[in-house]
Design a protein around this ligand. Sequence first.
Ligand code: C2E
Ligand code: CA
Ligand code: CA
Ligand code: CA
Length: 273
Amino acid sequence: AKASGKNRMEIYQSSQTDATLLNFELEQDLRLAVNTPQILLHYQPQFSLDDQQLCGLEALVRWQHPHRGMIPPDQFIPLAEETQLIIPLGWQVIDLACRQLAEWLEQGEQPQCVAVNISPLQLLQSDFIEQLNLIVDAYGLSRRLLELEITETLLHQDPDFAFKQLKSLRLAGYRLALDDFGTGYSSFDRLKYMPLDRIKIDRSFVRDIGKNPKDEAIILSIIGLGKSLDIEVLAEGVEDASQQAFLKQHGCDSVQGYLLGRPVAQPVLSRAV
Ligand code: C2E
Ligand code: CA
Ligand code: CA
Ligand code: CA
């Protein structure tokens, strides 16, 4: 038993070393990838449930690695956050989204709002708003065309400063959405002070519609909360028609998910479900 215990330890240590090496390699690669076309955006449509019309697009980052192929964000955003690379990467994402919006406007399209995921690390930089305004103004865009998706972890370190940033961003004309709502340590008390346009119900609740009455109850209470605080509610991860029917029946404002469209490089802008 002792020997196998030791072996297990060695295996654990060596696989940990492998992971460290892999991360180190990936970090070097990511450093080289930022601000090159290896980093790109896919867009997933969002539909409003009352008129079935496209009401927005979420920009989701992708890394086209030269040898490893397309790497999904869950495999490099945490690394980017650990290494601070998320700051230049985050600016590239914002720039790409703005460039796409400007291109659509130039083509005579009437694009809906594009939602961009913002890491707390980036949003809490003291010059974030100033830099953001510079980019958005350089592309000649209305600030209402940009929605910033944030998570509650933003409030962990310095809630007062975070609230201040959010208020200034909203005053500057940007839309704000609270992502993955219901996961983490949501506090209704804090929500009251957050200047939000939208709450996004996490897909872990949507997944069990029709299977778990507790998830359904949580969804209903989030929708009710949105109504009483006058904040739009979007449900993410909608994969089948019965989930969508449930959400529509209970007054959810909008939906996003594989049922309605996967993230794609070239989204179609004028489409109803
Ligand atoms: P998220 O913000 O919650 O984004 C939604 C994720 O769910 C996306 O995964 C999307 O492709 C996926 N999804 C959409 N509809 C469905 C569905 O019906 N079923 C299922 N099972 N999944 C669905 P993705 O693109 O892999 O992104 C993962 C996470 O990476 C995002 O979660 C977000 O937290 C982060 N992320 C993505 N892009 C960025 C970015 O530009 N900056 C930062 N900081 N984080 C990003
Ligand atoms: Ca998101
Ligand atoms: Ca989400
Ligand atoms: Ca998520």
